[in-house]
Ligand binder design. Structure first.
Ligand SMILES: [Zn+2]
Length: 206
């Protein structure tokens, strides 16, 4: 009995490690991945979340395999509703990129990620196409709170020569390993104060 329990624990541990193998980061599935596998991977990713029923709105927004993400390894400033593939990509992004880069450039961890939402029923700026936010496949970050309480804001720290700027720039660069599209203050004026990441069909890095 004890052996079975230890074997089960070892399996969970090993699967957890496998989930975070760097080479798997680039294989993050978008829409169309196996919903059950996504939830299973998310359960061993160190996040806290609640599952939800699929939903759709009359104006065309819809989220398949939605979850309410409560926590990554880092805290979130508030829970966020999103499709499972995005939550899984965020879990990997936090574990593989955000925390190591914070240690490397700022000598401490990130304790809270401040976002301005994931699912949000709206169209893109051109008003023609549904935003990936309307599918629960996009998220916007505006700040990163460090272990010592300091808050790095994309609006204030994107430009300059400080380690904060290096951290944010590297973070956006490496985000491309986890997400399909990454937009920053360097992309356009609409993103002057946040970093947008999504798992949609378009590939673009910064
Ligand atoms: Zn966005």
């Amino acid at each position: 009995m004890r052996k079975t329990w230890i074997a089960a624990l070892a399996l969970v541990f090993l699967s957890g490690c496998a989930l975070f193998e760097p080479e798997k980061a680039s294989r993050a599935p978008g829409i169309g991945g196996d919903p059950e596998q996504c939830l299973a991977d998310l359960r061993i990713s160190g996040t806290r979340f609640e599952t939800m029923a699929d939903f759709a709105t009359p104006d065309g927004c819809r989220v398949t395999n939605p979850v309410k993400l409560l926590k990554l390894r880092s805290d979130l400033n508030r829970p966020a509703t999103m499709a499972c593939p995005l939550a899984l990509a965020l879990a990997r992004f936090d574990f593989q990129t955000v925390q190591p880069l914070a240690q490397q450039y700022l000598r401490q961890g990130v304790r809270k990620i401040h976002h301005v939402g994931a699912y949000d029923c709206r169209s893109q700026r051109d008003g023609k196409r549904l935003s990936q936010h309307g599918l629960g496949m996009a998220m916007d970050f505006w700040a990163f709170e460090l272990d010592d309480g300091a808050i790095l804001k994309v609006r204030d720290d994107w430009r300059g020569n400080s380690p904060r700027t290096t951290f944010l720039r590297k973070l956006a660069e490496e985000a491309c390993r986890h997400f399909h599209l990454v937009l920053t203050p360097s992309s356009d004026y609409d993103h002057k104060d946040h970093i947008h990441v999504d798992m949609g069909p378009w590939m673009r890095c910064g």
